[in-house]
Design a protein around this ligand. Structure first.
Ligand SMILES: Cc1cc2nc3c(=O)[nH]c(=O)nc-3n(C[C@H](O)[C@H](O)[C@H](O)COP(=O)(O)O)c2cc1C
Length: 169
């Protein structure tokens, strides 16, 4: 089948279920930035690399392209509201939510308690790719939570039924 229009492309992408993350950073002036992203992927085990893609039109684009560190917070199913909040432009993103912030003694990007996992990444590469920019980060620190993941599929948030189909081992 040929890619006859953008809608076909969107429909195909919406057939792929993904998790949901909030990517967060603090700039040199101490301002916090963040956006909801489902484009998170693992890249390499050694070194431990991950990627996330950010739209070139995002208000936080410049902050993430310049960031030396950012966190990728993998959301739990209870965090749907915060996922929607961080997908809105022009709102006070961090005010209503309880992040844990870095200090002078212990600088780190904003981490979201209650997440499945928070990955603190050191920026390794930035690639322009069409209307998005690929951010590649090396994981420096991991905090694991204990929850059930939020899923995004067919343009909506879903809950996962934790039934095992077949395991690989
Ligand atoms: C489930 C979901 C997944 C999203 N994934 C991405 C993504 O991977 N990359 C991206 O740039 N925007 C993504 N967005 C849209 C951004 O979160 C949204 O445009 C946000 O407002 C950008 O933030 P900013 O413009 O305030 O910086 C997603 C939105 C939703 C609801």
């Amino acid at each position: 089948m040929t890619l006859d229009n953008k809608q076909t492309f969107r429909d195909a992408l919406s057939a792929f279920p993904s998790g949901v993350t909030i990517v967060s950073t603090t700039d040199e002036q101490g301002r916090h930035w963040g956006f909801t992203a489902s484009s998170f992927s693992s890249v390499s085990m050694d070194p431990p690399l991950v990627l996330v893609c950010i739209a070139n039109t995002a208000d936080s684009h410049a902050a993430f392209v310049d960031a030396q560190r950012y966190a990728i917070n993998i959301l739990a199913q209870e965090q749907k509201d915060i996922a929607m909040h961080f997908a809105r432009k022009g709102v006070d993103k961090f005010g209503p939510h309880a992040f844990r912030y870095g200090t002078e003694d212990n600088p780190h990007p904003p981490m979201l308690p209650g997440s499945m996992a928070s990955l603190v990444c050191v920026a390794r590469d930035v690639h322009e790719a069409g209307d998005h920019t690929v951010l590649i980060g090396e994981i420096q620190q991991v905090e694991l939570g204990d929850a059930t993941p939020l899923v995004y599929y067919n343009r909506g948030f879903r809950h996962l039924e934790l039934e095992t189909a077949d395991s690989l081992s």
